[in-house]
Design a protein around this ligand. Structure first.
Ligand code: NAP
Length: 248
């Protein structure tokens, strides 16, 4: 095992933006450990297959990021095996859209648990090893919707706005420990999550993007990678928007 390799943990790495982030870190030769939850392993195996072809040391773990105890156990395993976590990307997320009038308690709870509590769970579990090493990068994937809101997404918007507040608070707590904490807020990105949007909502979003096109997962991954690179040593507590001008 080469100790010069960075150990990078990415939640929700089986597809979409998470997969693009795995592949971006793979290009530097990092050790990739990604988490997913769907019992159907197809997407996770696809990601593993691509990483394997590129000769990258990679591992996938099926885990519900909203479970505090399972996340804690997982990070203990990672540290036991690889000694440290250099980079944590909190990317896993879901939508449970409904107008507030019709939103069930379960829809609210699921969105908050998977999108926000997971960020608390993973950050708390990973920061111990980072504090010991006095170095680390934590990047949380928020959303433009956390900034501007969206009809039918009060639960999702609350979770993503919560990530911004969490990021800034933890950045302050860890600033003297050599650990940076930042958030990336994507706009409208081409993944399974947005492919399921009704055509009318898609068109409405597109009409509001000054660059006139949907974003690619790779464009988000590049920003995440940059925040974990030597180029971003003096950047913490920031929310970087990747949205083609949708919010400025
Ligand atoms: P996606 O294609 O639906 O992928 C979501 C990922 O999260 C999958 O790998 C999924 O794995 C994982 N996941 C979901 N629930 C999980 C759980 N309970 N435990 C562990 N993993 C779980 O979504 P995406 O569009 O790439 O979005 C990635 C992140 O970017 C999300 O946080 C999303 O809110 C955010 N974002 C996306 C957009 C966009 O336009 N796409 C815009 C702004 C922000 P399994 O399927 O195996 O569970």
């Amino acid at each position: 095992m080469s100790e010069s390799k960075r150990t990078v943990v990415i939640t929700g790495g089986s597809m979409g933006i998470g997969r693009a982030i795995c592949l971006r870190f793979a290009r530097e030769g990092a050790r990739i450990i990604f988490v997913h939850y769907d019992p159907d392993d197809l997407k996770a195996n696809e990601t593993l297959g691509i990483l394997d072809k590129a000769d990258v040391e990679a591992k996938a773990k099926k885990l519900d990021v909203s479970s505090f105890s399972d996340v804690e156990e997982f990070f203990q395993e990672v540290v036991r095996e690889f000694h440290r976590v250099d980079v944590l990307v909190n990317n896993a997320g879901i939508t449970r859209d409904a107008f507030l009038m019709r939103m069930s308690e379960d829809q609210w709870d699921q969105a908050l648990m998977v999108n926000l509590k997971s960020v608390f769970n993973c950050t708390k579990a990973a920061m111990r090893s980072m504090m010991k090493e006095r170095s680390g990068r934590i990047i949380n994937i928020s959303s433009v919707v956390g900034e501007i809101g969206n009809i039918g997404q009060s639960n999702y918007a609350a979770s993503k706005a919560g990530i911004m507040g969490f990021t800034k608070s933890v950045a302050r707590e860890l600033a003297t420990r050599g650990i940076t904490v930042n958030a990336v807020a994507p706009g409208f990105i081409d993944t399974e999550m947005t492919r399921n949007l009704p055509e009318k909502a898609r068109e409405a979003f597109l009409s509001r993007i000054p660059m006139g096109r949907i974003g690619e997962p790779d464009e988000v991954a590049e920003t995440v990678y940059w925040l974990a690179s030597k180029g971003a040593t003096y950047i913490t507590g920031q929310v970087i928007h990747v949205n083609g001008g949708l919010y400025m």
